[in-house]
Write a protein that binds this ligand. Sequence first.
Ligand code: RUG
Length: 821
Amino acid sequence: MAASTAPHNPMSAADFANEIRYELKYTQGVTPKEATVDDVYVAAATAVRKHLVDSWETTKQDMVNGNTKAVGYLSAEFLMGRQLQNALLNSGLTEQFDEAVKEFGFEAKDVIDAEYEPGLGNGGLGRLAACFIDSLASLGVPAFGYGIQYQYGIFKQKFDENGKQIETPDYWLLKENPWGHTDYNRQVHVSFGGEVKDGKWAPAWSVRAIPVDYMVPGYASGRVNTLRLWTAKAENELDLLTFNKSEYTEAVAEQIKAETITKILYPEDSTKVGKQLRLEQQYFFVAASIQDAIRTFYPGQDKPDLTTFPQKICFQLNDTHPVIGIAELMRVLLDDYGYDWNTAWDITSHTFNYTCHTLLPEALEQWPVELISELLPRHMQIIEEIDRHFVEELKGLTTDQEKIDRMRIISTDDEPKVRMAYLATAAGQHVNGVAELHSELLKDVTLKDFSDLYPQKFTNVTNGVTPRRFVKIANPRMSDLITEGLGTDAWISDLEMLKGLVPLADDPEFVKKFAEVKKANKRDFAAFAKRKYGFDVDPNTMFNSMIKRLHEYKRQALKILSVISTYANIKSGKINPDDLVPRTVFFGAKAAPGYYLAKQTIQLINNVSRVVNNDPAVKGKLAVYFPWNYNIELAENLIPATDLDEQISQAGKEASGTGNMKFALNGALTVGTLDGANVEIRNLVGAENFFLFGMDVNEVTDLYAKGYDTKGLSRGYYESDPDLKQAIDMVADGTFSNGDKDTYKDLVNDWLTKDYFMTLADFRSYMDIQSKIEETYRDEQKWARMAVLNVANSGYFSSDRSIKDYLDRVWMTGAMPAHEA
Ligand code: RUG
């Protein structure tokens, strides 16, 4: 028997069943006989939550009473995924649960499925935040996650009969939410608008910020941290006088205005009102969190000495969304506590750090000065003052006036804007990118002026993913095999131990078992896909997945053009279908509702799927599936079943990627460019175990310099490559739109005239690597060996390692001693 370090609870399954029975009776008021699967889910969740309460309480106390600096992770997104399995794992109750629910007539799987997945994030950034708070708790670091309890998360995606994306609201709180505790007794107030009188802010209106607290249990650490998501409520819910005049809507106007703030994740912001709402959201959650941190770390003190604040907590700004917090902390220190500017700045600049997650200039937020002045007039004054001081500081560092102008926090154009990334960089102790290449490009390109003058601020922390959710829970078969191979399950909290699998890559018996695990996972996924989407997936084909947000730079277009080309070549007889490795291609992707070309790409993929899957000529050889509403559940099911993962963004555009790490850790091989964390994955797993193609960053830069996107150079690639031409012509000629030539004309036009992300330029290289992939895949043993080596060498991509890097390079803190209080 392998040694285990996993959380263990001595409770029997029968006793756990009693706890569920108790909750059914005393919390929900139903008998076991009446209990539906939803009832049993809520009762089990409530029961398991109680097992975590003691650790939660001691963690909170130790955090406040001890001397270890805490981390406040400020993030507009926390994409947590379902909670039950994770809570069971961390309280050592998984096996008891599996048994116990049978007593109520249900299978564990069905109870787990009853949980509604909250979608409080868009993608990688929000999921990273969730992995990070898991690792913080698992490492015993005192930490808060601070964010927003949106009533509606990311939209639910459906496809209409033409394959177009339809967005519908995702009211995730439709069902009971046993995880979040709404703590009305800890509410704070957040103000907006008004004017500045005698240097003091006289706001026009305010709302109540009410915390909804989620436990964040660590794995085998005995620690449970808190994720505190704020929800907005009106100061006065109802205007009775107005109501009694029968003006019912007006009577709840204040309620509507307040609740709108936390209504929805990323409201459309092309209008001024939309922008205002986003800024309201950002200010709302950071202002509430700052008040909360002061109250937490100086309990019962009316005017505490906040010069010690940076020793109590440091705030990590997850992208630009929480950056207004810098002006807020300054305001609190100056106006509410009466500190002078230098003291306030000293405290503030030692409190914040900034993570940048992008290289795309359009993703670095800039708020119009006019907007901030209206909504937060005192903050605008403070930002102006920060800008003035910053310019003075810069004058001491450089004589290059143009550089100083470029670095101004407030732009000097006709419609001045506050550049939030610059504010964060000027005020933060550290600025980090999220993969080595990204951090280099951040220093050399995006924030070059800053890194020239403040090189010591810049560092890299490569992203990571939690092995608990994305290996142990998502891939139990492979986890068991790893534990068997290593003789221990300690790898779950020390993922570098996976290196111990390297010698097993040369053990044919182990490699065979590994291949069998993948096959079994594929069969499971086929069953899941049938149940959930009605798809008839053939598990005996290669599973080739591309799951991520739909964005031009990620180049789903490249993948679908390659599929079309293969399809066309089978049809024309250029390829003998018997020479092909039978393949099933999976896409999962949501496009931003206003992103036209991304939505056209979704429509195209769906229609290629329709045509290919219905064509007997390719049956058994090529199939394309696009399960709708890509979410964490789908990821957890598809990743362990995937043979080949697509990470094919244009080099220099994907900051890191985290899907790439999840796939490598689950024994999928990657076809990818030298972009984001792919570079590090390839270095670690070995170039011979990674399918590299396409231009690198320098080649991309050179091609832009030649005028690729401005002079229409993509057309040359189209003209000179018959496969590419044929594929694009098929998109244009109506093959995938029932003969209608107009459906994809904008997409086709973009490819042939601009193609900013160089899909066409990388097409040939991508097609060529496919031949190598097929040849490798035919040798089952070789492929499985490469997959084992991917797993064995990917331990570095644990979010535990990322957090350790943050502790050493950015936060300068660590784990709490076992009993610090
Ligand atoms: O696009 C990036 C990913 O490359 C990265 O892995 C992830 C987490 O760091 O963040 C994504 N991201 C970037 N999400 N939103 C932004 C906009 O700044």
